[in-house]
Design a protein around this ligand. Structure first.
Ligand SMILES: *[C@@H]1O[C@H](CO)[C@@H](O)[C@H](O)[C@H]1NC(C)=O
Length: 392
């Protein structure tokens, strides 16, 4: 903007995006002109053009030519061009759509499409990165420099065959993981249910082992290769490994030390809680839980022992206090008893925090319940497609 102002490139009545100009000032000026015209007995006609999507209405080639005449350099022009034709955003969107199609309908065909689209996106992204590398960051404002820096980050494998192999491995692992079953029990809802509700030591152990035999064991060799390729890609781009790139996103040098400190702050409380839960579980599973040491993971109500809420009834400290758990009430209350109503309730909560309402398409496009006719990745996840206000 400074550039435009400095070089007097804007029309004097251009009121958006300028200091000391606004909707109010231009309206004042216009009404003043009209009143003056009325006073003089003149006739006033008004053309109103809705330019909310201004960039879509003007001729892009003309606009770019004009910017060039105004002295914008090659790099900046390239960026305008990329923005205007939206090609990178569209590729990113297509990439998301293909991933979505696969995750909500696991078939070999959808996997192949996903890999193909993803490779096309990689190619386009390499071009974007090449353009991004042309900028001199020291000449840019901090936030712009930051964004360009993010664009430059890459951990992509240079070798196309390896890149494709890594993509395929990702799809294969995803498929194995999401379609694994123990006997006839699939992960969700059957195994999740067993882990949450069963209090039978052996049944829990079978579910835990069975799941790992069917998922982890089958994925292991693919994963080993995947990790190798992923780290290789990171090294080819100047990182020591992929982990370094991940941690880099937090933009602090001592990320490891920060996490270590947080954990040490929490540790005394965690140890006490662990000992308390272990003590309670010794009574539920006599002879199965050690007095001092680890609690076996399958006894904690969750396939990864991540959340222990499902065994609350076993460890509840104050039994006769009223319960805060509203699950059973919500299941029967006609206001909340479907997946869609429950989602709307959750949305109300976020609205109450001042966040925006979901676009209507969210409720048509999302997969709120596990379909019976096909394999899907049945982990709750939130998707932002970053274009067309598409969130699912
Ligand atoms: C799942 O994907 C297949 C392609 O592999 C397609 O033919 C089928 O219609 C899809 N099913 C749904 C419900 O989208």
């Amino acid at each position: 903007m400074a550039y435009f102002t400095e070089h007097g490139l804007l029309h004097k009545y251009q009121s958006g995006f300028r200091t000391n100009h606004s909707c109010e000032t231009i309206l004042l000026k216009l009404t003043d002109d009209w009143l003056e015209a009325i006073d003089k007995g003149l006739f006033t006609g008004v053309d109103m053009i809705d330019l909310r999507k201004a960039f879509d209405v003007v001729d892009h080639a003309l606009l770019l030519r004009k910017l060039e005449i105004y002295g914008l350099d090659f790099n900046t022009l390239k960026w305008f061009q990329s923005y205007l034709d939206g090609s990178s955003q569209k590729k990113d969107y297509e990439d998301n759509v293909a991933s979505w199609a696969f995750d909500t309908n696991i078939t070999d065909y959808n996997s192949a499409v996903k890999v193909q689209v993803s490779l096309a996106y990689s190619k386009a992204y390499a071009e974007i990165q090449k353009n991004a590398s042309r900028f001199d960051l020291s000449k840019l404002k901090e936030d712009a420099a930051q964004q360009i820096k993010f664009l430059r980050n890459s951990t992509e494998l240079k070798n196309q065959t390896e890149l494709k192999e890594a993509e395929n491995l990702g799809s294969k692992m995803s498929k194995l993981y999401s379609t694994a079953t123990v006997g006839t029990a699939s992960f969700s809802p059957e195994l999740v249910d067993i882990m949450a509700k069963s209090r039978d030591y052996n049944k829990l152990l079978n579910a835990w082992w069975g799941w790992r035999n069917e998922s982890g064991r089958k994925i292991r060799d693919l994963y080993r290769r995947y990790v190798y390729l992923t780290n290789k890609g990171a090294r080819e781009n100047g990182y020591t490994d992929r982990g370094q790139e991940w941690r880099g996103k937090y933009e602090v040098d001592d990320f490891g030390a920060i996490v270590e400190k947080l954990w040490n702050d929490l540790r005394p409380l965690y140890l006490e809680m662990h000992a308390y839960v272990r003590h309670k579980l010794r009574k539920v599973y006599p002879g199965k839980v050690v007095e001092d040491g680890y609690i076996e993971a399958h006894l904690l109500g969750n396939m990864w022992a991540q959340s222990w809420v499902n065994i609350f009834d076993l460890v509840e400290p104050y039994k006769n206090k009223s319960s805060l758990d509203v699950t059973s009430n919500m299941k029967t209350d006609p206001r909340y008893n479907t997946a869609e109503k429950l989602t709307k309730l959750a949305e109300e909560f976020f609205l109450s925090l001042g966040l925006k309402r979901l676009p209507a398409a969210f409720y048509q496009k999302s997969l709120l319940q596990k379909p019976k006719d096909r394999g899907v990745v049945c982990h709750a996840s939130a998707w932002d497609f970053r274009l067309y206000k598409d969130v699912r």
